[in-house]
Design a protein around this ligand. Structure first.
Ligand code: CFM
Length: 474
């Protein structure tokens, strides 16, 4: 069913193909919105740019590294401290942000000298950090500064440092997804194979497409370690620069977010023969299947099953407590890319909520296809949404809660729709058995928080329920 039948009298005509409602028995290809195209100018898209996808999604979770933007200070400042990919390196990568702070005169006369000075200054200021990544921006790309040549000069002069260069300016693709691709390929071309690791297990993996949002990576690697698996590297949450140079020695690539990191897995398979296994750390069912698949690959299914049995016994009763109270609640599932299909079916199956709308900011057609296949009939699917469409959808669908990012989340709050941060989480991690219960608890608290009842209703006429057990889990 096309979006205009959803009573969108004022929508931009080109947008009609970007929003559809899932019909009964409808063939999915005709119900799919168009995806991964250039944003229509004037729609005030919620997307990020290709620089952001390369740097702020994939590059900067690396923990023992100075990350420099070669461009105007706003490019790096914009997202400083808004990300929550923590690390066990005292969060160095979150505490500091570095930029060459290009000004108009640098655009006219070039900024290579400025860049070289900045690199040296940053290394001098942090003598314990010997690794660096540098990101091109639209400004430095347009004037043609040769970042790779400057990086090489510094490496020749300071033999104890190593520098990675990412040429992914903002305009290098329709959205952040273009930047994911660029940095995946740049990393394997420049760095993989330049360090030889110490192998300590018969079962060695790279954990790929995992960014340690509020500790997701640490929860998952704990399961892997309990199975006797060596995690050679994580691409890139809580990841170490030199570990990621040794990715070529793993026996298996365990891939979590395929949208952002399937490219490097596919190249590792072609160049080094390492197989790719896609997994899902969200939800008891998908996570159990994932641990079993990894166990099966290495012939250690019994170890996987022992962990699953222990964790399910520990956490299932708490999940069921929330399921009882979340049953039938209406949810708009509005993340960026792959969380759409990681979550659509399993929040329904395991938490009992009804997904009334899905959207993706930058997902490809396949992401939307998987997402829409996994949600209920009648759900409204939107590609590359904007504020007006989100508002209209919320007014019409009347969700009990939406899962999305900060910007649309603030809009939702203004019309009294509770919002849960799908990107950075509220009280994560959300991966792992324990994490899934935390997610359920955050949904429960978002819906049942007394603050919404005070804001949304006339409390003199309405009783505030007293039997909610508010925030009692753990
Ligand atoms: Fe992958 Fe991500 Fe996502 Fe993504 Fe993102 Fe993210 Fe996301 Mo925000 S890598 S596609 S570019 S799962 S930052 S950790 S939450 S939009 S759905």
């Amino acid at each position: 069913m096309p979006y205009h039948e959803f009573d969108c009298s004022k929508c931009i005509p080109e947008r009609k193909q970007h929003a559809v409602q899932k019909g009964e028995g409808e063939d999915l290809t005709s119900a799919l919105p168009l995806g991964y195209l250039n944003t229509i100018p004037g729609t005030i898209s919620e997307r990020g740019c290709a620089y952001c996808g390369a740097k702020h999604v994939i590059g900067t979770p690396m923990k023992d590294v100075i990350h420099i933007s070669h461009g105007p200070v706003g490019c790096t400042y914009d997202t400083w401290q808004t990300k929550r990919y923590i690390s066990d390196n005292d969060n160095f990568q979150l505490k500091y942000t570095f930029a060459t702070d290009m000004k108009e005169k640098n655009i006219v006369f070039g900024a290579e000298k400025v860049l070289k000075n900045n690199i040296n200054e940053a290394f001098d200021a942090h003598p314990n950090i010997k690794r660096m990544t540098i990101y091109q921006t639209c400004a430095s790309a347009l004037i043609g500064d040769d970042i790779a040549a400057i990086a090489q000069e510094v490496m020749d002069e300071r033999p104890d440092v190593d520098i990675f260069v990412c040429n992914s300016p903002g305009f290098a693709g329709p959205s952040q997804s273009g930047g994911h691709h660029k940095i995946n390929i740049a990393w394997i071309n420049q760095k993989v194979g330049t360090v030889e690791p110490t192998i300590t297990s018969d079962y060695v993996i790279n954990y790929v497409g995992e960014y340690n949002i509020q500790g997701d990576q640490e929860v998952m690697t704990d399961y892997f370690h309990r199975m006797g698996i060596q995690v050679l590297s994580t691409f890139t949450g809580n990841g170490s620069y030199d570990d990621l140079r040794a990715m070529h020695r793993a026996h298996l690539n365990v891939l979590e977010c395929a949208r952002s990191a399937e490219y490097i897995c596919n190249e590792l398979r072609v160049r080094y023969g390492i197989p790719r296994l896609d997994i899902d750390g969200f939800g008891f069912g998908p996570l159990s299947d994932s641990l079993r698949k990894i166990g099966l690959f290495f012939g250690i299914e019994d170890r996987a099953q022992a962990i699953i049995d222990a964790e399910v016994a520990r956490w299932k009763p708490e999940l069921d407590w929330y399921r009882e109270r979340l049953k039938g609640k209406k949810v708009c599932l509005w993340p960026g890319g792959s969380k759409l299909w990681h979550w659509a079916h399993v929040i329904h199956e395991e938490m009992g909520v009804e997904v009334v709308s899905v959207y993706t900011k930058f997902g490809h057609q396949g992401d939307m296809e998987k997402g829409i296949a996994r949600c209920e009939v009648g759900a409204l699917a939107i590609d590359d949404p904007n504020e007006l469409e989100s508002l209209e959808a919320m007014y019409k669908l009347k969700p009990d809660v939406i899962f999305t990012g900060k910007r649309p989340g603030e809009v939702a709050k203004k019309i009294r729709v509770p919002y849960l941060n799908a990107h950075a989480y509220h009280n994560g991690p959300y991966k792992g058995f324990e994490g899934w219960v935390r997610f359920a608890r955050d949904i429960y608290n978002a819906i049942y928080s007394p603050i919404h009842q005070l804001a949304m209703r006339d409390i003199s006429k309405d009783e505030i329920p007293t039997d909610q057990g508010f925030a009692t889990a753990r």
